[in-house]
Design a protein around this ligand. Structure first.
Ligand code: GSH
Length: 212
């Protein structure tokens, strides 16, 4: 049985959705660096991933997989029938490129916006505000460039919904990206809505982002 460390509204949603698509059973540990024990499995998370980042997935043998793109690529390779990754090499290469693009550019940028003092010592309010403003604008540019380079046919992953769709729909939830994309890239915005409205993804989303 796999153990997934994560919490509501976080990147663990992408992995839960991928596990649902692949039909793989798992248990969850509620943990996040911003949630302190005893209400969180933070200590256990830190033992398996010293960065204390989620999602982190651990298998029965204690093998630790962190980094969303790595987790999704591995699930796609281990479960080829799931369609998480294409079997056709050139299409799969573009999917891996897209997954790493999101992780390396968008997700990493959000990490800086969320924790600016890891990158700038004792930022005062003016610095924080400028970093947020410019950082968000940069993040939105990165999503525009993603939308331009990764066309949907009809999914980002090709003829089946796959890992690239799930990571895009998750990471675009944050830092105002969705609101930006409605105006800047309406077709991509509509695709994100289509990804999250399918039954398997919608069930995971309802746990992570319940409607008020
Ligand atoms: N490089 C990681 C980033 C994961 C990440 O930043 N996750 C956030 C939650 S969505 C986190 O755990 N942040 C807490 C921290 O960095 O202290 C990935 O691609 O999965």
């Amino acid at each position: 049985m796999l153990t997934l460390y994560g919490t509501k509204g976080s990147g663990s949603a992408a992995i839960e959705a991928a596990l649902a698509v692949a039909g793989v059973a798992y248990t969850t540990v509620d943990a996040a660096s911003w949630k302190t024990p005893p209400d969180s499995g933070l200590d256990a998370l830190r033992r398996v991933n010293p960065l204390a980042q989620i999602p982190t997935l651990v298998d029965d043998d204690g093998l630790v997989l962190s980094e969303s793109a790595a987790i999704l690529i591995n699930l796609g390779l281990v479960h080829p029938e799931s369609g998480l990754l294409a079997t056709e090499p050139k299409r799969r290469a573009q999917q891996i490129r897209g997954l790493v693009y999101i992780a390396a550019n968008c997700y990493a940028g959000i990490g800086i916006l969320d924790f600016p003092d890891r990158w700038y010592p004792d930022p005062d309010d003016a610095v924080k505000e400028k970093m947020q403003q410019r950082g968000k604008a940069r993040l939105h540019e990165l999503w525009d460039l993603f939308a331009d380079q990764f066309p949907a046919a009809p999914w980002l992953s090709g003829d089946r919904l796959g890992a690239l769709d799930l990571l895009a729909a998750t990471v675009s939830k944050w830092s105002g990206a969705r609101q930006h994309l409605v105006a800047s890239r309406p077709a991509f915005s509509a695709l994100l809505a289509r990804i999250e409205s399918g039954p398997r993804v919608a069930a995971v989303w309802a746990r992570h982002w319940p409607r008020a």
